[in-house]
Design a protein around this ligand. Sequence first.
Ligand code: ATP
Length: 792
Amino acid sequence: MKKNARKPETFVSSPQHRVSGETNGTAAGDVCPAEAVLVRSATKSYGVRKNRHAVLEALDMHVKKGTIYGLLGASGCGKTTLLSCIVGRRSFNSGEVLVLGHKPGTPESGVPGPRVGYMPQELALYGFFTIKETLQYFGRIYNLRASFVKAQLEFLSNLLDLPPSNRYVHTLSGGQQRRVSFAVALFHEPELLILDEPTVGVDPLLRSSIWDHLIRQSVDHGRTVIVTTHYIEEARQANTIGMMRSGRLLAEESPDTLLANYNLPTLEDVFLKLCMKDDVENRDEDRTEIVATPVRPVTLHAARTAQLPGSYVNPAFNHSASQLDVSETGITRQNRSNSREFSASPADRFGNALLNLGVSSTSPTHFGEGTATRSGKRNKSSRNFPTVLPSLHRLGALIRKNFLLTFRNFGIFIFIYFMPAFQAIVFNVTLGHEPTGLKMAIVNEEINPNQGRICNYSTDCSYSMLSCRFLRYIKDNIVQVPYESMSNALEAGKNGHVWGVIHFGHNFTEEFEIRQSIGDSANIDNILRSQIGINVDSSNQQIDVFIQKWLLEAYGDFFKDFMRSCQFEPEAGYIPVVFLDPVYGQKDTPYTEFMAPGLIISIVYFMAVSLTAGVFVSERKQGLLDRCLVAGVKMTEILFGQLISQFFVMAGQTALVFMCMLLIFNISCQGNLALAVFITFLQGLVGMCFGLLIATICDTEISALLLSQASFLPFTVISGVCWPIEGMPFYLRNIAYAMPLTYAIESLRSIFSRGWGVEKTDVYAGILISIAWILTLLILCLIVIRVRKYAS
Ligand SMILES: Nc1ncnc2c1ncn2[C@@H]1O[C@H](COP(=O)(O)OP(=O)(O)OP(=O)(O)O)[C@@H](O)[C@H]1O
């Protein structure tokens, strides 16, 4: 990028097909021509610090009202960047821009909004919408009457040779999809059309009819069109051509003037010549500015002043203060063949009136010549208090769209609604159950058939073959496999054939009897010989724990039973530690009961993360977010729309998950179920906000997916879903409690197993911290959006 940008060569416009007194309402040679778009000394760079690179440099651009402006330039020269700044999706680093008389993005400009029709380079269409639904969706966004949408659908279908309107967008060819995208930009008949390569991949005949239509729009209706194209010669039909290179305009002229000035037969040749000249000049350090005709000094202030009376208000919309009184809008004065009607609720009117206070309305048919009907009533305060209320019709359109897209794609529908329940089922079916079929080697040296010592124990008080009697009390989960010797049994354990070895010495019963009879006087040899030796394969901690537990239980049962048969107190002589009724919960609380609260919350949380991040990233990547925002949809409306749609999704998911847990798998909830559901919902909202944060950070679906996946395991593990936080090192506990899920899981656990209510700290901490997380994540989103906006 060169440091000193050269000014365009000339600024005299000579439109080829202008009619009816040049609809901009200014006399030729007027010092203040009514520009639809005016850009002055604009610079724009992307990136920060070392990565910063300039894309636009000292760019001036003048687009007169009611004309077609063809923006030509090689790929990467900055056309899309320039257009996105004009429609208010990006802002220049320096310089000024006026669109339809105002700075884009200000409440009074109406841009972004219905005054502009934008066709981005991306398709920016919903694949699972039909053509008709696509136009209806944008019709709702613009608050157009159904009859108008229907008429436009018919008209544009013919004009653009669209496939039948009930065809799904994703089934159309690339060219057909581009035409639908074009139709979306055209169909609400905005006063400024900004089209980024609308004719790519379009048949020459159709291209010609598209250009005819654009010319009619500018000539008959005074609309302004800015169009970028790679087909240089088709731009001949434009009133003005801006030839752009490396972020600057090399020339801004009518095609005829360009051809005449350079005495060349084609625009291609002119562009080539300009590029060559530009190269030469760039090499020459003392290059002089070549200005064929000096630029008229048009100040932004003058342009703004000139613009106000000429502001055009498309009567198809309900968007000016004067619309509160329809008779003042000039509707009755319109001579359009398509009769456009208003439809607005009082709330919409209020919102839109707020939004548009300060924009004067004029007769649409006398574009640029109308009188300011309300300029005197412009309310200064409206500039200070732009509307923050979501518009009901846009919100309705967004929610409807979200639902339609969810239900339309059956696979996604099933996935979204049933996946959480499916996960809950998988969890319950697979986790927490006692292992079965665990083979244990039994080496019982008491048995010796040669000596007549076989397993013929009795159940009375006699000391005979107590090893066999003990084995009878071992649970069936353990499969007893007899082995001849310890060496063979240990070898089997080493080879993984058995989970462990249970060993009895050859006179186990006798030694046991001695120990019982002499009690405290037993010596160490006697004690060792009366023990049951157990080697367990402790490579699997859970199995190890279960085997130990079952063998101890088996011994307890065996011993008490034996004592009972001898008429002794069963507990006598048994270890004097006893677990009485639990304070909360039940004896032997299953692992599923411990995990269930964490699982419910993490399922709902992570579904919300993935859905929100996925939807936002994919909409932004496909240009849908940009298209909606340029159509005037507010980010808050998109968020509200998502929130409301997601609310129903979350309600369905939560209901199914709770039903699975409580009804099918009998997880008990001792406390208030509504409170448990409320906390789960809050966590769903936290998940949505985290998904939003991911969407603001990530540019692609894959990076969003990776980030949400990457967060899954650490969040679940550290938040104490599968293991108590008390089991973590102290430094990790602090991190664990800083996680968004931890307190909520603890709350839910307290409600489920302790039956606690909101008055307990453990419960309300979960609620308060979830709310704090929602706010923190939203603030983080705003910060990231700001930083990214600054960088781009
Ligand atoms: N978000 C972004 N971050 C960083 N660089 C960007 C970004 N968007 C565009 N650029 C860079 O800015 C330059 C101009 O891009 P832009 O899309 O405006 O060009 P273009 O003239 O519209 O190209 P094409 O005709 O291929 O669409 C390119 O070098 C591009 O790589």
